[in-house]
Design a protein around this ligand. Structure first.
Ligand SMILES: N[C@@H](CCC(=O)N[C@@H](CS)C(=O)NCC(=O)O)C(=O)O
Length: 357
């Protein structure tokens, strides 16, 4: 359901009302809204991710509510977050860096309000505070939560990144990365530096959709289900599924360069963002240590291959990734100690070209 746009007029008026500064919500309301991934737990102790709320679509049609205009949209990300990083990856590899600006928050979650305990993404107070993190250049928000409250007075979900922001209507267009990457792929081609690159070509769409589904379930979300499980059984189930799915990918990639064949597609970018975090974080922090990524020869070389696509490497900020995961989940890592290794060099040579000859 598209809650924020049920009544657009009210929403725009609210946004305008708040332009001079963010209004504090009542204490009671703040408590109701203070949710994070660490609260998404079923009765069985299994992690269950909730759906995104803002699902508006930018269109190449100039008459649409959100037309694909250069300079109009801003992407708020965290370098730590795999979902946000896949949006940044698209922004770069599609050559949209001149058309769409972006800001990364600081790596570690902090308190977002004095009046409740919520921990979430916060902006840097200056560019000097943490390399890669910046203050909010548009709204002067202190944190991502303020952007959600600015865009919707009755929002009751999590304050997640990515957030795709409309500078003109001063609101959130979309906070679901799987939508955002599709828009970046197809809707901005009139202004994209690399319009010819189609990561979701019509002839591969059903194959990509099918692959996305089992990779999301087993790997992208699977590592979180391992890490956030609060009981042995859901953890064991998630680990089993994770490694079955990794084995399946390894088998596919033993025969071809990318998941759909010779051509890099959306399915590869979606898999990559989890693989690049695997040995550095998930193996330790989320207890995904049955086998390391670097013990899967094809998957490991494949990760290097995708990392070396022009525009990809700058989307991987391992400092932010490690600082975030090890530092933001005190129930998993109470002392916030960051393991020193393994510091893998993904720019080193790989063997994947052999499949394209
Ligand atoms: N469905 C969303 C998920 C985004 C998401 O879960 N982001 C995490 C960071 S990796 C987040 O911002 N979490 C904030 C919280 O849990 O409070 C998408 O793919 O865009």
């Amino acid at each position: 359901m598209n809650v924020p746009f049920i009544n657009r007029e009210i929403q725009v008026q609210t946004a305008l009302k708040y332009t001079s500064g963010f209004q504090q919500l009542s204490f009671k309301h703040s408590l109701q809204m203070a949710r994070s991934a660490l609260d998404e737990m079923s009765a069985t102790g299994a992690f269950e991710r909730t759906a995104s709320t803002f699902r508006n679509i930018i269109s190449r049609d100039p008459g649409s509510r959100f037309p694909a205009e250069s300079g109009r949209y801003h992407l708020y990300i965290s370098y730590a977050c795999p979902w946000a990083s896949r949006c940044l990856a698209y922004l770069n590899i599609k050559g949209l860096d001149q058309a769409i600006s972006f800001t990364s928050v600081k790596s570690k979650w902090e308190r977002t309000k004095d009046s409740d305990e919520h921990m979430g993404w916060v902006f840097a107070s200056s560019s000097a505070e943490e390399p890669g993190a910046e203050p909010d250049p548009l709204n002067g928000a202190k944190n991502i939560r303020e952007l959600y409250e600015f865009a919707s007075t009755n929002y009751s979900g999590k304050y997640t990144v990515p957030v795709l922001w409309d500078k003109k209507l001063k609101t959130i267009v979309n906070n679901e990365s799987s939508d955002i990457i599709r828009m970046f792929n197809s809707e901005f081609n009139d202004i994209a530096g690399n319009a010819a690159l189609d990561l979701y070509p019509p002839h591969l769409q059903s194959q990509i959709n099918e692959i996305n589904e089992w990779i999301y379930d087993g790997i992208n979300n699977g590592v979180y289900r391992c890490g956030f499980a609060k009981k042995q059984e859901p953890y064991d189930e998630a680990v089993q599924k994770l490694y079955e799915t990794l084995d399946k990918c390894e088998m596919i990639l033993s025969k071809q360069r990318y998941l759909c064949g010779d051509q890099v597609t959306e399915a590869d970018i979606r898999l990559f963002v989890t693989l690049i975090r695997f040995d550095e974080v998930y193996a330790v922090h989320f207890k995904c240590n049955k086998k390391l990524l670097r013990e899967f020869p094809h998957l490991f070389n494949y990760t290097k291959d995708v990392f070396q696509i022009p525009g990809m490497s700058s989307t991987v900020n391992m400092e932010h990734i490690k600082k975030h995961y090890y530092g933001s989940h005190p129930t998993i890592n109470p002392y916030g100690i960051i393991p020193q290794g393994p510091n893998i060099d993904y720019s080193s040579p790989h063997d994947r070209e052999k499949f394209s000859k």
